[in-house]
Write a protein that binds this ligand. Structure first.
Ligand code: UT7
Length: 330
């Protein structure tokens, strides 16, 4: 039995925040942001809209495209760094409720921007072991709730949104997730961190006054490790599976910074036409970034049944992950 990525869906909030909007709130310019990041716009969720609201909308689309009965889903996992609630209930439980499935195993996964590919690894194992048959994976983020809009080094980077996929059992190897590699190294934890609101710095007025509830990032250092790690991870997974770069139909990297994507793409000599770029319109949507990019390729008609996708991602922790996935949808 193999695990197949059978369908994809996404949701983006209506509100668009442009680089010009940032010029009004921090000392920055459209030119700087485009040159250093490639980002032009990002979507921002409405005040009352939660991560689980967006996740449920993306999930509904993925379920409908998979053509399965939602009651046949036997596991729901949500990867997010911006859960509706810090401790409980999990965002996966809330999404299950919102899409109307009951009595199902549901939990959240914490691996920052690598969350979606980490979930693929779990889904593959659950299905190949025979424990589950139809798994709903959701990467959803309301990162605007964690961003310090006075910190120009981080606020311009992030956006909100959600992506979802159904992973189902199949006996067709040509529609299967071939391999997933997921890893982490906690020695870099301080370089990309939301220090506050956890057990180390519990919520308090002092903690909030210091702004520890917001994302802090040593951007330039993260950048260098990201390029190195993303490149190595791709080389390793291709080599392990005896696959040449020419065999890949679509390279779908984490959408954090156009310069990072281009550095990796150039080192690996992947043609631009075979690479998916969404960073310009959505910014960095963390765990939602990869499924949103897969969804864009699907809706544009670039992703077809049986196509071999190479996914590659990197995020806080540090975590990183790559995957070789043959698209099992239609
Ligand atoms: O998704 C998880 C992984 N995250 C990432 O992969 C993000 C990785 N990092 C990056 O994308 C980039 O490092 C940034 C876009 C965050 C920053 O670009 P950079 O080329 O690494 O710039 P820098 O941090 O070295 O800063 C260069 C200058 C600094 O000014 P000084 O000290 O040279 O005077 C910054 O203060 O640019 C300044 N700067 C800005 N200027 C205008 C930083 N942010 C801005 C800004 N507008 N928004």
């Amino acid at each position: 039995m193999y695990a197949s990525l059978k369908s994809i869906g996404s949701y983006v909030p209506e509100k668009i925040m442009t680089n010009k909007d940032f010029e009004k709130i921090v000392d920055t310019s459209d030119e700087w942001i485009v040159q250093r990041t490639g980002i032009k716009n990002r979507r921002i969720a409405a005040v009352e809209q939660t991560t689980s609201d967006m996740g449920a909308l993306a999930a509904d689309k993925a379920i409908q495209r998979a053509g399965i009965d939602k009651n046949d889903i036997d596991l729901v996992i949500c990867a997010t760094l911006s859960p509706d609630h810090l401790c409980m209930p999990s965002t996966a439980c809330l999404i299950s409720d919102k899409i109307g499935i009951r009595d199902v195993m549901a939990f959240d996964l914490s691996a920052a921007c690598s969350g979606f590919v980490y979930m693929l690894s779990l889904a593959k194992a659950f299905i190949e072991s025979g424990a589950k048959k139809n798994i709903l994976l959701v990467g959803a983020e309301k990162i605007s709730s964690l961003v310090d809009y006075s910190d120009r080094g981080t606020c311009i980077l992030f956006g909100d949104g959600a992506g979802a996929a159904i992973i189902s059992a199949t006996d067709d190897k040509n529609r299967a997730i071939l391999d997933v590699h997921a890893s982490a190294d906690g020695k870099y934890s301080d370089l990309l961190i939301t220090p506050g609101c956890g057990s180390k710095y519990p919520c308090s007025t002092e903690m909030m006054n210091e702004g520890l509830q917001y994302i802090k990032m040593a951007g330039n250092e993260v950048f260098k490790v990201a390029v190195r790690t993303l490149t190595k991870d791709v080389v390793d997974i291709l080599k392990t599976n005896d696959i040449e770069p020419e065999d890949i139909d679509l390279f779908i990297p984490h959408q954090a910074n156009l310069r990072i994507i281009e550095a990796v793409r150039n080192k690996l000599k992947f043609p631009k036409e075979k690479t998916v770029f969404t960073v310009e319109k959505y910014g960095n949507t963390s765990a939602a970034s990869i499924p949103m990019a897969i969804n864009d390729a699907y809706e544009d008609g670039r992703l077809k049944s049986g196509d071999l996708m190479l996914l590659d991602t990197f995020g806080g922790g540090f975590t990183w992950a790559s995957a070789l996935v043959r698209f099992g949808g239609n």
